[in-house]
Design a protein around this ligand. Sequence first.
Ligand SMILES: [Zn+2]
Length: 494
Amino acid sequence: MSFIAIIAGIFTIPAILLGQDTTNLTIHVVQRGENLFRIALQYNLTTDEVAFANGITDVSNIVVGQRLVIPIETAPIIERQVHIVTAGETIRSIAELYGKTVDEIAQLNSLANTDIIFVGQELVIVPGDETPTPPPTPTVSTSTDTDETSDSNVTPTPTTQEFVVSDDPSAAIIHTVQSGETLFRIGLQYNLTVTDLAQANNLLDPTQIFAGQQLIIPGIEPPPLALDLPDIVTEFRINPLIFVEGRTGRIEIQTNTPATISGQFLDQELTVISQNDGTLHNMLVGVPVFTEPGIYEVTLTIIDSTGTPIPITANIQIIAGGYGRQTLNIENELLLSEAVENEEISLIVRNTTRFNPVRSWGNSLSLPAAATMNGVFGTIRSYNGSPFNRFHRGVDFAGTPGTPVLAASDGTVVVADALQIRGNTVIIDHGWGIYTLYAHQNETFVIPGDTVVSGQPLGTIGSTGRITGPHLHWEVWVNGISVDPLQWVQEIFP
Ligand SMILES: [Zn+2]
């Protein structure tokens, strides 16, 4: 898959070739909360330029889902194309796949012996011109509201992270920050900009890095996944190849005959979704915040049709999420008690660990409000001077009280209740272990058992619970683990 196409699932569908024309045109799909001004800004254009290109006479009249032509012309680039070797492939089968000869592939990759290729190996198929220029990155505007997590000079977190998307060769390596290094100097080493690094690492403030911090260096080949696969497994995919603290990873296994799979990772019993008559097996894994960076073993047991258990183990690297720190002062000390917090978390965990095999979400989730995002997931927090041992479990949206709170996807309401910290809260079960949570609402319109559809109003933005100003606090839970919701908006899940 090409670099450009990988990003396509995020906010835009760039680089579609129109007819036989060689001009690449970018198509932008309007998201909730966007207006023409903000869209134009993303692409360095004026509102008028975008309006003109789309024959729009009333610039205030655009609708969610509308496709806009973005008049940016770029010369077509021949993109570097690589193939990641999967179990069972030979150099011959790969060459055939791309209409190449074995010699061509061997030469492109300086392979002396074409019999020796390994799972996870990256083979160049098309060398490409230059590093392709990614399309403009959609950014999240910052707000002036004094929200619980806003910080006046904070640069909003970029919302694209190409390296973790879909079946990308997952080009990424890890750099451990040495004392005295700056993001600028690290960028120089890898021929990347400060912005590239800040985006790839979810850094709120690029000047705040510390010795020992692990940074993802995007665009560089990761270490191959060494794995000796049994015959029954035709494909074993870990995506991304390196998991990130606080994010969701996917494991996918294809078997040549029907099988059942069970497994463990990070002390979690994996939830395995088997499809295609028991030959395609997906696992969605939430990596808890505060997981120490390191190599962790995933252990799986495959049981084939004869009932024979076949064990597989693989190592998965986990790196730090690089989340910022924040100190908050809360007047109502009662709401800071660990007992209150633990009780609320266990209520949420109880309600987000039931596995519902019926999937009602699409490829990804939608944003839950037409409002400005002003707080990101993962920020490590101290309240009233306490140790930094808690973290922000959601994404915040500043919005005037009364702004509708919208279901991020189809699902069933499992909780609609007044909680002490989260205030009026709704939790929706979307199936396959995926749950969304909407907190601090002024009022809610749904009750447990209600079936909801994507975009349906669940309530309105308010300031109930432990809060310093009105906003929507939105969480995503995967099998009882809270994860970064924005990843679920930006990426396509299997
Ligand atoms: Zn929040």
